[in-house]
Ligand binder design. Structure first.
Ligand code: BTN
Length: 331
C-alpha cells in the first residue's frame, strides 16, 4: 500500500501534535474540508489515532518524529559507513527485509545497503511470527551484506548483531537493556526489539545476509494491543530523551561497523560482550522445541554461539538456535 503525496503532507502537518481545524488543513493543502475529512479517515485506517476536540480541531494522539534522511546522515559520525545512495527510506512497505531481498534480485545491491521504513504491512518476526509495525512509532531497519566464507560462520551473525544493537543503546545513554538468546533485546525483562537474519545462497559459496532489526520506539495503545507478550519501548527506557532519527543513526553505525568486522573475525570478538549483556545468565530456563521441553540453567553462549545449558545431571548441552525458543522457568 502506498499513501498519496497529500496523505504524506497531512502526516507532516499533524506530526508535531498541534491542533488544526478542518478549515486550516483545507486552506493549507488547497483542498475542501470534505476531502480533508476523507484523507484523515484513510490515515485512521492505517493506524493513526486522531483526537478531535470541539472548538480546537484535530490532532494526533501523540506527536511523531518522522524519519529524515538528512538528520540520519547528520547523526552518523565519521567515517561514515553508508553512502546516501544505498539508504532507502520508505514510507510504507510490506517488510524492509523483503524490500532489500527483492531489490537485490532485480539488480545486486552494494554491501551495506540499508532500508528503513515508517511502517511495515507484513513485518516478519522469528519463527514465522508477525512483527507489529505501526506508522512512525518504531524503528524498522534492514541491512544487506555479502559473505564469502560459507554459511557455517553465519550462524552467529544475529548474536553479533544483538551486541551492536545493545552497544547503540548504551551509546545513547540508555540503561537496563539486555539480550535474550538468540536475538531478543529486552528492557527490564520486556521485549524492546528483535533481530531477524535471513540468508540467501548464491553462486561460488557466497551468501547474502539480510539483517532486519525492529526496535519499539514510542508505541501507542492501539498498535501495542496486537503484541502478545510483555513489551517495552525506548520512551519507557529514557522518557523521550532520544530522538527516533538519532536512534536510527546509532543503529546504522554500530551494525555496519559490526558487519565489516564480522566478515574478517566472525563471532569471536562479540562472545564476551554478548555474555555481559545476557539477561538470562544463571537463570533457570526452558528450551522449547516442537513438543519437547529441556530444562536447565542458562550459562551464556559458546564461541560458536550455542546457548550453554547446564542440565540437572551436571552435563552442559549446547543449544543451536534453529526453531527453538527460550523462556524463564518459573517453577
Ligand atoms: C523477532 O521475532 O524478534 C524478530 C523481529 C524482527 C523485526 C524486523 S523489523 C525490520 C525487519 N523487517 C521485518 O519484516 N522484520 C525485521
Amino acid at each position: 500500500m502506498e499513501l498519496s503525496a497529500t496523505h504524506k503532507k497531512l502526516i507532516r502537518k499533524l506530526a508535531g501534535g498541534q491542533f488544526f481545524s478542518g478549515q486550516q488543513l483545507a486552506d493549507e493543502l488547497g483542498l475542501s474540508r470534505t476531502s480533508i475529512w476523507n484523507y484523515l479517515k484513510v490515515l485512521e485506517t492505517v493506524g493513526f489515532v486522531l483526537h478531535a476536540v470541539k472548538g480546537k480541531g484535530t490532532r494526533l494522539e501523540s506527536p511523531l518524529e518522522l524519519l529524515d534522511k538528512d538528520a540520519i546522515f547528520a547523526g552518523l559520525s565519521a567515517p561514515c559507513w553508508v553512502n546516501p545512495e544505498h539508504l532507502d527510506l520508505l514510507d510504507i512497505c510490506p517488510s524492509t527485509n523483503q524490500h532489500l531481498s527483492q531489490k537485490n534480485v532485480q539488480s545486486p545491491l552494494a554491501n551495506g545497503a540499508v532500508c528503513l521504513a515508517e511502517m511495515q504491512t507484513a513485518g516478519r518476526g522469528r519463527l514465522g511470527r508477525t512483527w507489529v509495525s505501526p506508522y512512525g512509532q518504531n524503528i524498522y531497519v534492514s541491512f544487506l551484506w555479502r559473505f564469502k566464507q560459507g554459511i557455517t560462520g553465519l550462524s552467529g551473525l544475529s548474536l553479533a548483531c544483538g551486541v551492536s544493537v545493545c552497544q547503540a543503546l548504551s551509546d545513547l545513554g540508555i540503561e537496563g537493556h539486555r539480550l535474550k538468546w538468540p536475538n531478543d533485546i529486552l528492557w527490564q525483562g520486556k521485549k524492546l526489539g528483535g533481530i531477524l537474519v535471513e540468508i540467501q545462497g548464491e553462486s561460488q559459496g557466497e551468501y547474502t545476509a539480510i539483517i532486519g532489526i525492529g526496535i519499539n520506539y514510542k508505541m501507542n495503545a492501539q498498535a501495542s494491543a496486537n503484541i502478545d507478550q510483555p513489551w517495552a519501548d525506548i520512551s519507557h527506557a529514557c522518557a523521550d530523551r532520544v530522538g527516533r532519527n538519532e536512534l536510527a543513526s546509532r543503529l546504522i553505525e554500530q551494525v555496519l561497523g559490526m558487519l565489516e568486522g564480522y566478515e574478517k573475525k566472525g563471532l569471536a570478538p562479540y562472545v564476551e560482550r554478548w555474555n555481559d549483556f545476557d539477561g538470562y545468565y544463571g537463570k533457570n530456563v526452558q528450551i522449547l522445541s516442537g513438543q519437547s521441553v529441556t530444562q536447565g540453567v542458562a550459562q551464556g553462549i559458546s564461541p560458536s554461539g550455542e546457548l550453554q545449558l547446564l542440565l540437572p545431571n551436571g552435563d552442559t548441552q549446547g543449544i543451536t538456535s534453529g526453531e527453538v525458543s527460550l523462556r524463564l522457568d518459573v517453577n
